[in-house]
Ligand binder design. Structure first.
Ligand code: AHR
Length: 502
């Protein structure tokens, strides 16, 4: 048995967690839209063709905001192709993923669907093949009340009320040479500044996310951030951060240490933002939108076999196991520990494409392993993130040294008078006893200790075995002399919910 100590104090707040940190992402990619959220003719389809079984699973996750429509897709997308009568919509070659896009779902349908799942939309504009003109037209279409060409076009399409989209992305991963319309930092900095200007001239209440680097190992990182921010600082509110992780070497301890990479990435993007701020002598702080993060590696080989120009092929369909769920848990803890600067984050993606929710065409829908840490964080992680001063055993791996065996963070929900502790025990052999000294709250009691664990870290939930690994309630944790003594099984994700009595 390993031991660790953790101090949680009401007075030591990191920040109020912005609920949008529990956002997600749906791209026109693979079966995310077609066969995922939308499948007319499915026994569960509603009058617009949206699968009600999928809607129920998304609602269970309480996803506050969903990024749409891409991703790489957006850099070649003409949004006008997705509006108006469905039988007149064009089928087009979609070059980012080399498929055929039917355009049966567009912005209006996505707005309808987002209302059904109680989510806001974070809408990305195309700064690959398009630019300033398209940016202003789309904001006018979505957010202007009426009396102009594009706002009246929306009204004619059946939407008298504006869509009122508040958060917008200025393109996607424009630093990547795979991106349609890839740009240098100078080119993108100028273009995104001018696009941002017209968008805010139409609707000054919107918030804008400018593209940061596609990942930390890009040759242009962090020069890209610095140059782009030099151009756009006064017009934008957030800079994007993207990162995917995997375990191709099949080295579990090293894999579970990869949340350290996310933390380093976040800290260095913050440093770059603040460097530009200092140079400009600005009072404005740019925050982070970590709008693509997840595990992505299981499906990469299988995707190479998919032939081009089909409709909604099964692309990026990672089947997640228990160790993926543990890493996702640690990544969520990392985002929460940086809640003072990470205001938006999107688990990429939501349905079928590297997703917590899977569907079978004409068949069932089920929860992957990564569904559960995301669910717990989104449902129980609302409130203020507290500094959790932790003494934990540590280990070294191929890529990391001094890796904490215990990852943990506490969230205080003032409205419900509850504290939630999230914790991952990364030890592959031993359980861990953690003494949590909880200060400044008076008396408290354990509501429940949820544990997600399985002795086989390669176990998955599948269509045929959708409930093979589900969370359990454990009774092993106790409060003694005002100290929470939490027993965390080896290789486990834990949620300890505490009620404050006085
Ligand atoms: O989420 C899958 C892809 O990953 C997105 O389209 C792109 O932005 C990123 O490279």
């Amino acid at each position: 048995m390993k031991n660790a100590n953790c101090k949680v104090d009401k007075g030591y707040r990191i920040a109020e967690v912005d609920n949008r940190i529990y956002g997600s992402f749906i791209e026109h990619l693979g079966r995310a839209i077609y066969g995922g959220i939308y499948e007319p003719g499915h026994p569960e389809a509603d009058e617009l063709g949206f699968r009600k079984d999928v809607i129920d699973l998304v609602k269970e996750l309480k996803v506050p905001i969903i990024r749409y429509p891409g991703g790489n897709f957006v850099s070649g997308y003409n949004w006008e192709d997705g509006i108006g009568p469905k039988n007149k919509r064009k089928r087009k070659l979609e070059l980012a993923w080399r498929v055929v896009e039917t355009n049966k779902v567009g912005i209006n349908e996505f707005v309808e669907w987002s209302k059904r799942v109680n989510s806001e939309i974070m809408l990305a504009i195309n700064l690959g093949t398009r630019g300033i003109d398209d940016a202003r037209n789309l904001v006018e279409y979505c957010n202007h009340p009426g009396g102009t060409y594009y706002s009246d076009l929306r009204v004619r399409n059946g939407y008298r009320e504006p869509h009122g989209i508040k958060t917008w992305c200025l393109g996607n991963e424009m630093d990547g040479d795979w991106q349609i319309g890839h740009k240098t930092a100078q080119e993108y900095g100028r273009l995104s500044c001018e696009a941002a200007k017209v968008m805010k001239l139409i609707d000054p209440t919107i918030e804008l996310v400018v593209c940061g680097s596609s990942h930390r190992l890009m040759d242009t990182y962090p020069e890209w951030e610095s140059t782009v921010l030099e151009h756009t600082y006064e017009w934008i509110d957030y800079i994007s951060v993207h990162s995917y992780y995997g375990n191709p070497e099949n080295d579990t301890p090293n894999y579970l240490a990869k949340s350290l990479d996310m933390d380093t990435f976040i800290k260095s993007v913050i440093a770059t933002c603040d460097y530009v701020k200092a140079g400009k002598g600005s009072n404005k702080t740019i925050n982070l939108s970590f709008d693509e993060w997840n595990v992505w590696y299981h499906s990469r080989e299988q995707d190479k076999k998919i032939t081009s120009w089909s409709v909604a092929p099964p692309l990026l369909e990672d089947v997640y196991n228990m160790e993926d769920a543990l890493l996702v848990g640690s990544l969520l803890i990392t985002l929460l520990k940086n809640a003072d600067r990470v205001k938006i984050a999107c688990l990429a993606q939501l349905v079928n494409v590297i997703a917590p929710i899977m569907t079978e065409n004409a068949g069932s829908a089920w929860r992957q392993t990564i569904f559960y840490p995301y669910l717990h964080a989104s449902v129980y992680g609302r409130g203020a993130a507290l500094y959790s001063l932790t003494e934990t055993p540590r280990y070294d791996t191929k890529d990391f040294s001094d890796v904490p065996v215990l990852d943990t963070v506490a969230i205080f929900n003032d409205n419900q008078n509850e504290i939630t502790i999230f914790a991952v025990n990364k030890d592959i052999q031993e359980n861990m006893l953690v003494n949590y000294k909880i200060k400044g709250f008076g008396e408290f009691r354990i509501i429940e200790h949820i544990v997600y664990q399985n002795d086989d870290v390669k176990t998955s939930n599948t269509k045929d075995y959708p409930f093979r690994v589900i969370p359990e309630i454990k009774k092993d944790s106790v409060i003694e002399d005002g100290i929470l003594k939490a027993l965390l099984p080896k290789l486990s994700w834990n949620v300890i919910r505490i009620a404050i009595e006085k």
